[in-house]
Design a protein around this ligand. Structure first.
Ligand SMILES: Nc1ncnc2c1ncn2[C@@H]1O[C@H](COP(=O)(O)OP(=O)(O)OP(=O)(O)O)[C@@H](O)[C@H]1O
Ligand SMILES: [Mg+2]
Length: 480
């Protein structure tokens, strides 16, 4: 496959794409790795260092974006598009990654039997009994965000240690500076300590206070901000009404939601920033040679159906529906049109067109996701009101199946790959992804360069960090 794409690109001078699909655990990521190795081998440049650098992309992206799920021990929890660029003579000049839909809620919550992103375990076992462990205060035997106690399995710990070293070597080889690598560790560690912060409800006051100043201080120290500012931003929020600004206290429940949003937001920005840095560092030689030709490798998360499916599964499955639609177009519609245009007699193949499912999920303004966005904007809306909205809007849609029991919080969609039941509990919170402006303001004033930079970058609608030019962005990060 890699050879075919490479030769087509080289001889026809046309950009190529390899799209890998299949359900979770079917081997997409493993195939993408083999394809990348082969492409880099075919386009071997005199600069062998570049080849080694490109091959570091996968271990780093997997450490930060993959996790153990019920279907795959190394499941991709994001979509990855890796574009390998070549000169006209077919020599590799670099690579660019684009990432989609990171499953950020995994940072603070994992289903039973599942794990957080690999990098947290690598960091914990990789730093064990070192100065780094002391510096990051990572000496507990378990963390709330990792579903409690850590493994005692010596073999697994040894694998984590090895992977931690591999990721660190990857960063170094790509050209990340030591301060940058340390900032990454600090953010990861801050996230783990953040999950340890508990709040006590203040009776009859609808407010709360931080139970354990120790964890709060650790998080603040790691993020280069003050514990006072952080505590205030977790337990209160500034509200502007009728032109006046005042402070509203959080209930303990609101404080926990703010804490988890901060953890999610920190991880998401860190992930995007790592991608930006990798792209900038792998783009240097592309600037010298230009990148007239390229081969893209698309490796996304596979179709998922569990006992309980949430918004993450819905998003993943909709992405797979889109991919299926693309395949249908390519394999059936366009191919048949080409045959007919050339006057070749063919038996028209009937295929199941999944456009109506895409319409049900993505239609505007009346698709499931549009209705979710609409409902998320109403402060008083709940997961229940959202479900009622779906049930009434899709009462006559055969692809939408409402639950028979009115006490049930589920609905089902008849996807191309089969019927999947989704539970709406938590849909609104996940979709709102509320990140307090007070927290952003505090992090913009961090004493740590990388963290300050992360929060000064704009985030686009699709969640990408907006850096005007990748290389400039890299320069900027270095200047601050
Ligand atoms: N070519 C291969 N050789 C050996 N083992 C393989 C190969 N492909 C897949 N596997 C095994 O299957 C597991 C799952 O593969 P992989 O992670 O590539 O699945 P995936 O399709 O990317 O799944 P997801 O959608 O969850 O990301 C691997 O960890 C490995 O154990
Ligand atoms: Mg995968």
């Amino acid at each position: 496959m890699a050879d075919q794409a490479y030769h087509a690109m080289l001889h026809q001078k046309r950009l190529q794409n390899i799209v890998i699909s299949g359900e979770s655990g079917s081997g997409k990521t493993e195939s993408a790795k083999l394809l990348l190795q082969q492409l880099v081998y075919l386009g071997r440049a005199p600069n062998r260092n570049l080849e080694a650098k490109i091959l570091q992309v996968n271990p780093i992206m997997e450490a930060f974006g993959n996790a153990e799920t019920g279907m795959n021990e190394n499941s991709s929890r994001f979509g990855k598009y890796l574009d390998v660029t070549f000169t006209r003579a077919g020599k590799v000049t670099g690579a660019k990654i684009d990432v989609y839909l990171l499953e950020e809620s995994r940072v603070h919550h994992q289903a039973r039997g599942e794990r957080n992103f690999h990098i947290f375990y690598y960091l914990l076992d990789g730093s064990a009994n070192t100065d780094l462990q002391k510096e990051l205060n990572l000496n507990k035997h378990g963390y709330n965000y990792l579903r409690g106690a850590l493994t005692d399995n010596a073999d697994l710990k040894a694998v984590h240690k090895e992977m931690f070293q591999a990721v660190k070597n990857g960063f170094c080889l790509l050209g990340f500076r030591l301060e940058e690598i340390n900032a990454i560790y600090r953010i990861l560690s801050a996230i783990l300590h953040l999950g340890e912060i508990e709040f006590d409800e203040v009776k009859d006051e609808d407010s709360c206070h931080v139970h354990d100043p120790e964890s709060l201080e650790m998080v603040a120290d790691l993020l280069g901000i003050t514990a006072g500012d952080l505590g205030l931003a977790l337990t209160t929020r500034s509200v502007v009404a009728s032109g006046e600004s005042f402070v509203r206290r959080h209930t303990a429940e609101e404080a926990y939601t703010t804490r988890d949003s901060l953890a999610r937001g920190l991880y998401n920005r860190l992930f995007r920033w790592v991608v930006n840095q990798v792209n900038a560092l792998l783009g240097v030689s592309r600037q010298a040679y230009g990148d007239p030709l390229s081969i893209g490798l698309l490796d996304i998360f596979g179709f998922e159906t569990y006992k309980t499916n949430s918004l993450e599964q819905l998003r993943i499955n909709i992405t797979n529906e889109q991919l299926q639609f693309f395949f249908n177009q390519h394999v059936f519609t366009w191919e048949q049109q080409e045959y007919m245009a050339e006057g070749i007699e063919i038996d028209i193949i009937r295929f199941s067109d999944n456009r109506p499912i895409l319409e049900l999920c993505l239609g505007k303004p009346l698709g499931i996701l549009s209705l979710l966005d609409e409902e998320s904007r109403f402060p008083r809306a709940t997961d229940w009101t959202f479900l009622e909205k779906l049930n009434s809007n899709f009462a006559n849609n055969k692809l939408y199946v409402r639950s028979r029991s009115s006490a049930d919080t589920t609905f089902s969609v008849r996807h191309y790959a089969g019927r999947v039941q989704y539970d709406v509990k938590g849909f609104l919170d996940k979709n709102r992804s509320y990140f307090s402006p007070d927290l952003v303001e505090i992090l913009r004033g961090s004493s740590i360069d990388t963290i300050r930079y992360l929060y000064r970058c704009m985030v686009t609608k699709t969640g990408h960090l907006h850096v005007p030019s990748l290389v400039d962005g890299n320069k900027k990060a270095r200047q601050i």
